[in-house]
Design a protein around this ligand. Sequence first.
Ligand code: NAD
Length: 475
Amino acid sequence: MYIDGEWCEAASGNRFEVTNPATGDVIGDVPDGGAADATRAVEAADRAFGAWSSTTAYERADLLYRAWQLMTERSAELAELMTREQGKPLKASAAEVKYGADFLRWYAEEATRVAGEWLPSARADQRFLVLKQPVGVVAAITPWNYPMSMLTRKMGPALAAGCTLVLKAAEATPLCAQAIFGVFADAGAPAGVVNLVTALDPKPIGEVFTTDERVRKLTFTGSTPVGKMLAGQAAGNLKRVSVELGGHAPFVVFPDADPEHAAKGAAALKFLNSGQACISPNRLYVHESGRDAFVETLVERIGRVKAGNGMDDGVGVGPLVNDAAVAKVARQVDDARAKGAGVPVGGQRLTGDGFDAGHFYAPTLVTDVTDDMLIRCEETFGPVAPVITYGDGDDVLAMANDTNYGLAAYVYTNDLSTAMRTFEGLRFGIVGINDVNPTSAAAPFGGMGDSGLGREGGRDGIAEYLEVKLGGFAI
Ligand code: NAD
C-alpha cells in the first residue's frame, strides 16, 4: 500500500493473491489492509491537506502534468499489466491508459481555471465575493473493470482542486492501482497527498471512509447496491457524495437509420471490455423494417470476434472477471432462451484449450427479447447483445426510458428533429447520437436515477471537489 509517501505492508502483515482472469495464474500478491490501515491513510491525508491546499494552482498543475507525462511514457508496460490483471485485449488496455492519462492532463489545465465571482449587491455599501475552496480529505473507492482510468478520473480533479485523497482499489485489480500510485510517487506527490489502501474485504475500509470525521467527501464507482449503501452511510454523516453506478443502456435504431451501419456501431460498442462497461448497451431496439438487416450484420460481426487471452494477437474479447460473472451471464441467456428468445450466435461458456483455466463466455446475440426476461432489466456485464424489435405503434422513447437506471443511451437516426427530440426526451446522463463513444476527459460523465449522483470529467467533475464560500463585505 502507499501511505504517507511510503510503500508499506498492512498492519496485520497479511497479503492476498491476484490472478490473471484469462489463465488463472497467480500474477502477484498485495497487502490485505483493514480498518487500522484505512484510518492511518486518512490521518496522513488529513495532515497533508493544509500544505497541499495552500499550494498555488500552478504547483498542483505541475504535479498533474508530470504524472501525465510519466503515465504516457509508461503506457506500454501499464497496458500489459492491465491485460494480465484485468483481461481486456492489449489494444483496449492501451486505449484505457491513454484515456486515464487524459484526465491528468485535462485537470492539470483546469487547476488554473478554478475562479470565483464578484457579485453585485442591492446595498451600495456591500460587496459579495464567491470563493471556491477544496472540500478536504477525499475517500475514493474504484471498480475493476476500468482499473486505471477510474482512478485518474477521481485523482485528477481532486488534486487539482487542492484536496488530498485516500483510495481503496478493487480487490481484483490492485496491481493496476499500485502502478498508478507509482506514477504519482515518481512524479513527486508530497507525502500524504495520495494514499492507497488494498484489501480483500472492502467493508471495514468503507466503514472508515463513511464515518471518519476527517473525510469530507466520498467518491465511489461501482455497482448500484453497494453505491446506495455507501452513499447512505456517508450522507448520514453529512459528507459530500458522488457515486457512479450501474447502467442498462438502450440503443435505439429508428426506421430512417441505416440498420447495417447501426449494427456495426452496436457490435463495436457491445463487446468492448467483454461487455463489462457501465455504458454497454443492454437493450438494442430496432424498428421492424430494419430488423433483418440489423440482425444479419450483427451475426456476421459477432461471428468474426475472436475470444481469448488479451495478450494474443487478433483477440477482440477477453475473459470475464470471475466465475460468478460467467454464471450471471449464462443465467440471463438461459432464461431468455427458455422464454422464447433466439440465440443465433454464441450462448454458451467457452471451454477447451485456452479457455478452461479462465472465465470465458462466447460473444452472443439474443433476439426477440421480451419484457419478462431477466436480460431486459438486469445489468448483464458480459458479451451479450439483446435485440428487441418494435413497430410503428410502439413508443420507443418510452420503452428506452423504462428502467430505473439512467447512465448512457444511444440513438441512430438521420433525421435532425428525431435526434433532437430523442436527445431531450431520454432520461440518461450520456446520449450518443450516431456515436458509440460519447466520452472524453473534457466531458461530464454520470448518470440519473439508479445510475448515480454527480458527474466526473470536464468542468462539472472538479466542482464535485470544491466548496463554495460567500464573503459579504460591508465597505
Ligand atoms: P462493486 O460495487 O462490487 O465494487 C466496486 C468497489 O466497491 C470495489 O472497490 C469493491 O471492493 C468496493 N466495495 C464492494 N462492497 C463494498 C462495501 N461493502 N464497502 C466498501 N466498498 C465496497 O462493483 P464492481 O463489480 O467492482 O464494478 C462493476 C459495477 O461498477 C457495475 O455495476 C458497473 O456498471 C459499475 N461501473 C460504473 C461506472 C460509472 O462511471 N457509472 C464505471 C465503471 C463501473
